[in-house]
Design a protein around this ligand. Structure first.
Ligand code: NAD
Length: 509
């Protein structure tokens, strides 16, 4: 980074995160002096994480055929949390066979009412184990306990409750048609919302009468294995849910297994393209929930203070590891200076640190690889001529932590504007007219989510009709509900999850 031009000279902290040496000299208020909180750590004493986890196949935990294991790292401490099985083609085959048998002998024979009872029971058991699951999600993935406790786990239960309700009402969901299940569903999920993405996938699959082989991401396998315990304890018939752990190769074995009827994938656009190519010419159904680069559009009639909260939520929620993050701020020119100053002030109050501390706003970056990827993008942005600004907060010596960051003075063609960074990094551009905002909002390969902030319903409708994005929030951001469909346009994916729409990918007529 020797020849980088920046707003401030950048040096590096112990973990390599660029840090302003004279942070925010323009600030008039000394936030640090009055926003100090005593530590409020969530106790994790009662949580049991085994040293080694096996696959969950046919209702029991079984060792991997080849006996290979991988490690899951706690990203806040860089310590090994546990080992978990690395799935090979043999393991995937066993899981698919178990799922097929369960589909043919049991699950597809049950009435919707009976299936619904099991799914309701799973939802209630997630609620019963909510605190434990939230703590594990934070330890394994680095997200702040406030978010795993208040968002990930309650929403996961809510998705199971919601789809449990559909199980015996499918004929009403599709009046005059006779929906039938597909068979065995292969499901592959990412690391940013491990339990929630599992819920998005497994709940509608079971409600519609399918059985499942699911692979969690290699950096966050533990809550999926705890979920396997829940399935077992709920008395779910053997083989209805199978969890096979491993990395990309294991996912690929699931995608290419000849006896899988449907693939549901959430992850990066690059891997989504590989999967789509593999599925071409087969009769497997598929849904792809991929990346995003969400525009968050602020008009000059927006209420600025609420908007700043919305911007913070849009980009810094879950360290910015959010496919639908509002990672591109588009601000109308007349208010840009004031809004950016307010945002910088607010960024100074954000607490970055221990994911298990209830005061923490921004936890650990999920993995070393993702941390390095974000650092690389920070350098790319600076080299492209952008001005970088980071909050001056303290960050822990160990672990993967990144200060909340904004880039100003960017242009539409910059890589930091076009590419998904998947970290707490916001680019800021200005616009003069609604048409210019729409033009800029649509000018990336993605089309997953967006936001608009204004006092005028007419502007919301204009932007809503013109911005190509699967979800649009107005005067709020990152609100999720099981009844609402979610999915992308363009390179953000194919198909919808959630709501009534989320049943379609799991049925045929
Ligand atoms: P990733 O694509 O690297 O991995 C996702 C999953 O796919 C992991 O379980 C991984 O092991 C597996 N995988 C990797 N290579 C594979 C292959 N060749 N075949 C089959 N499976 C394979 O993505 P990630 O880094 O884990 O997740 C981040 C990405 O997920 C971001 O791009 C984000 O935008 C996206 N995401 C999208 C949504 C959505 O709903 N659209 C939601 C969450 C995350």
């Amino acid at each position: 980074m020797s020849d980088i031009k920046t707003e401030e000279t950048i040096d590096k902290t112990s973990n390599g995160s660029p840090k302003p040496t004279s942070p925010n000299s323009d600030l008039k208020l000394d936030f640090a002096s009055f926003w100090e909180y005593s530590p409020a750590p969530e106790s994790s004493d009662f949580v049991e994480i085994d040293e080694k986890y096996n696959h969950f196949i046919n209702g029991e935990f079984v060792e991997p055929v080849k006996g290979r294991y991988m490690k899951s790292i706690n990203p806040a401490t860089e310590e090994v949390l546990c080992e978990f099985a690395e799935g090979t083609s043999e393991d995937v085959d066993k899981a698919v066979k178990a799922a097929r048998k369960a589909y043919e002998k049991t699950w597809s024979k049950l009435s919707g009412n009976e299936r619904g009872k099991y799914i309701f029971r799973i939802a209630r058991m997630i609620q019963e184990r909510a605190r434990e699951l939230a703590i594990i999600e934070s330890i394994d993935g680095g997200k702040p306990i406030r978010e795993s406790r208040d968002v990930d786990v309650p929403l996961s239960a809510a998705y199971f409750f919601y789809y449990a309700g559909w199980a015996d009402k499918l004929n009403y969901a599709f009046p005059g048609r006779k929906p039938k299940s597909l068979g065995v569903c292969g499901q592959i999920i990412p690391w940013n919302f491990p339990l929630l993405m599992l819920a998005w996938k497994i709940a509608p699959a079971l409600a519609t009468g399918n059985t499942v082989v699911l692979k969690p991401a290699e950096s966050t396998p533990v809550t999926a294995l705890k979920f396997a315990e829940i399935c077992r304890d709920a008395g779910l018939p053997d083989g209805v849910v199978n969890i096979v752990t491993g990395a990309g190769q294991t996912g690929s074995e699931i995608v290419n297994h000849p006896d899988v009827n449907k693939i549901a994938f959430t992850g990066s656009t690059n891997v989504g393209k590989i999967i789509q190519k593999s599925l071409a010419g087969t009769d497997k159904k598929f849904t792809l929930e991929l990346g995003g680069k969400g525009p968050n559009i602020v008009f000059e009639d927006a209420p600025l203070d609420q908007t700043v909260e919305g911007i913070v939520n849009a980009i810094f929620f879950n360290q910015g590891h959010v496919c639908c993050a509002g990672s591109r701020l588009l601000v109308q020119e007349g208010i840009a200076e004031r809004l950016i100053q307010k945002l910088k002030d607010r960024m100074e109050t954000l607490i970055v640190g221990d994911p298990l501390d209830k005061n923490t706003d921004i936890g650990a970056i999920n993995s070393k690889a993702q941390f390095e990827r974000i650092q690389n993008y920070l350098e790319i942005g600076v080299n492209e001529g952008a001005e970088i600004h980071q909050s001056s907060c303290q960050i822990p010596e160990n672990g993967y932590f990144c200060r909340p960051t904004i880039f100003t003075n960017v242009s539409q063609s910059n890589r930091v504007v076009q590419e998904e960074i998947f970290g707490p990094v916001l680019t800021i551009q200005t616009f003069r007219t609604p048409d210019e905002a729409i033009e800029k909002a649509n000018n990336t390969p993605y089309g997953l989510a967006s936001g608009v902030w204004t006092d005028k319903g007419s502007k919301i409708f204009k932007v809503g009709q013109s911005v190509r994005s699967g979800v649009m929030w107005s005067n709020t951001y990152n609100k999720f509900d099981p009844t609402s469909p979610f999915g992308g346009y363009k390179e953000s994916g194919i198909g919808r999850e959630g709501g009534l729409h989320g049943l379609y990918p799991y049925i045929k007529f």
